[in-house]
Design a binder for this molecule. Structure first.
Ligand code: GLN
Length: 549
């Protein structure tokens, strides 16, 4: 059977949760025994989000094969068994890049290259580029209907319905049905307008997912169906929820998966959603609480740490525990007061770029080390842990990363100018190299030291974890740091790149050069997050902060 395609568009306003909606559709179809793949199409001109600020775009999610992608791909991997790759996310920038380089090579000789058909063909080819064995491809179109930028994408999916036929394509539109307090009424007009806009460009949605504060009553659904030209049972409430893992259950209760399989005319088994019910139950009924300080630069924008927040929730699930996150702005710590960290059970320093707030993070690491509070450092968090140990235990004055101080006398973290990438190709770079796509990206093998916290957590000899960074631990300082208690417990197979460090004599101090958060799933919490939360619970118990809930 050829794959069938579900296209998810969004209307009225942005941030309605199209990513979670698409991921939940994927989860529901998988629960019926179907195999799914998900794709995200982004209408901006950047080739990938890697060069955007997290303030603009939120987290950059990294796939195994080293693509820097939209954070929605994280939702896809967490909600389904699909694995994202370079083919799972593309932007207007990539599409034009391919078409223009083909034009330069002379592949369109004699022809005027145009949006229709050349750009739309390129978009269609990229949508259709899916592995065999996939039953359903869910394609999320970024942006909001009505944006100039998304027009070529919408035109491409409009054409695909004609190309592939009605039974092989399905349009789902996510809209907002707001409750207007002063009128004491929910309003359908924005949805009507958004659908009108879609129909003007030739797309008639088959199903409407209506974001609303409460379940929409049948008469209201009937009204939406009438005005938007969809079937009555194709108006689905996408009710606000506290826990994102409830969304598949809610959609199911509204009949979404039933309707999808009917329209696409697919036979599938009855859905088994018990694992989703269990997970929601576990999250809602934790046996204990723990409070983790997340010390970072982008703490005001939670989207910047999307996978990290989820991985902490998963670590909590594994320990039957609610993880409360205390967001601490590292710049605030620099004012000298560490009281922001009072009473926390664990301290986590996430990845990051740029020198703002660096000293505050180092102060937090010192605090965790000296007060024996469980500490978990990710990527930049590991680099700063090395610097903290270097400065304060090994007495390496002015120790730093050359990212932040080029002339440091003790460059514990530095730029490796020649390295071998995932495809075994030798790459060269220096501080002047282009910024896009030039980091160590994607999954690399890491050998674990027996008996370490890491190997006891993973219970494996080696693991593959995902990277996104330029700078590395400087092996020239290895013995000086090991002499004061730092242990290298994860290392690349050639022994050149440090992947994990730990600290002897501390109850739980572990930092890694990779981003474990990208591989954590609700049904398969990441071992390092599981153990970090476990250590934090222990710390809390020792401090007598454990009240029975
Ligand atoms: N800025 C550091 C580097 O490029 C760390 C990056 C990160 O934390 N993702 O190596």
């Amino acid at each position: 059977m050829r794959q069938k395609f579900i296209f998810v568009t969004g209307g009225v306003v942005s941030s309605l949760g199209k990513g979670i909606a698409s991921a939940s559709i994927g989860a529901l179809l998988e629960s019926r025994g179907l195999t799914v793949a998900l794709k995200k199409l982004d209408p901006y001109i950047n080739v990938d989000p890697g060069t955007m600020s997290p303030f603009q775009h939120g987290e950059v999610y990294v796939t195994d094969d080293g693509a820097e992608t939209d954070l929605d791909l994280g939702h896809y991997e967490r909600f389904t068994n699909s694995t994202g790759s370079k083919r799972s996310n593309f932007t207007t920038g990539q599409v034009y890049d391919s078409v223009i380089s083909r034009e330069r090579k002379g592949e369109y000789l004699g022809v005027t290259v145009q949006v229709i058909p050349h750009i739309t063909d390129e978009i269609k080819n990229r949508i259709l580029d899916v592995d065999d064995g996939i039953d359903i491809v869910i394609v999320e179109i970024g942006g909001t209907v009505g944006d100039i930028e998304s027009l070529p994408f919408l035109e491409a999916i409009r054409q695909l319905r004609n190309d592939l036929g009605k039974e092989n394509t399905l349009f789902i539109h996510l809209t907002l049905v707001p409750f207007i307090k002063t009128a004491d009424e929910v309003k359908t007009k924005p949805t009507q307008h958004s659908v009108k806009e879609l129909r003007e460009i030739g797309i008639q949605p088959d199903i409407l997912l209506c974001r609303a504060e409460d379940f929409l009553k049948q008469p209201l659904k009937d009204k939406i169906a009438l005005f938007c030209n969809v079937e009555k049972d194709a108006v689905i409430t996408a009710k606000d929820v506290d826990i994102i893992y409830e969304v598949p259950l809610l959609y199911h209760s509204e009949g979404l998966d039933e309707k999808i399989t009917k329209i696409l005319n697919i036979w599938s088994r009855k859905p088994d959603l018990s694992k989703w019910e269990d997970i929601v139950h576990t999250i809602k009924n934790p046996k204990r609480n723990v409070e983790i300080a997340l010390v970072g630069k982008y703490v005001r924008l939670k989207d910047s740490y999307k996978s990290l927040n989820e991985a902490l929730v998963h670590g909590g699930i594994a320990n039957n525990c609610r993880v409360n996150i205390r967001y601490v702005d590292s710049e605030e710590l620099e004012t000298g007061s560490l009281s922001f960290l009072d009473g926390v059970d664990g301290i986590l320093i996430p990845g990051g770029f740029g020198d703002r707030g660096i000293e505050g993070k180092i102060m937090a690491i010192r605090y965790a080390r000296e007060k024996k509070i469980p500490f978990f450092g990710l990527c930049l968090g590991m680099q700063l842990a090395v610097i903290e140990i270097g400065r304060h235990l090994a007495g390496l004055e002015g120790a730093h990363s050359t990212e932040f101080n080029e002339h440091t006398p003790n460059p514990l973290i530095y730029l490796i100018e020649e390295w071998v990438d995932r495809e075994n190709v030798v790459q060269r770079r220096d501080k002047f190299s282009a910024k896009g796509g030039t980091m160590r990206l994607g999954a690399y093998k890491c050998m674990l030291k027996q008996g370490s916290l890491a190997s006891r957590a993973y219970m494996q000899e080696f693991v593959y974890e995902r990277h996104r960074h330029r700078y590395e631990f400087n092996m020239a300082f290895r013995s000086q740091l090991e002499d004061c208690g730092m242990e290298i417990t994860g290392i690349s197979p050639d022994g050149k790149l440090v992947e994990i460090i730990e600290l002897k004599g501390h109850p739980w101090f572990l930092a890694c050069q990779f981003h474990p958060e990208f591989k954590s799933k609700p049904f398969d919490p990441h071992p390092l997050f599981r153990e970090f939360i476990k250590a934090s619970i222990r710390h809390r118990q020792e401090k007598g902060r454990c009240k029975k809930r």
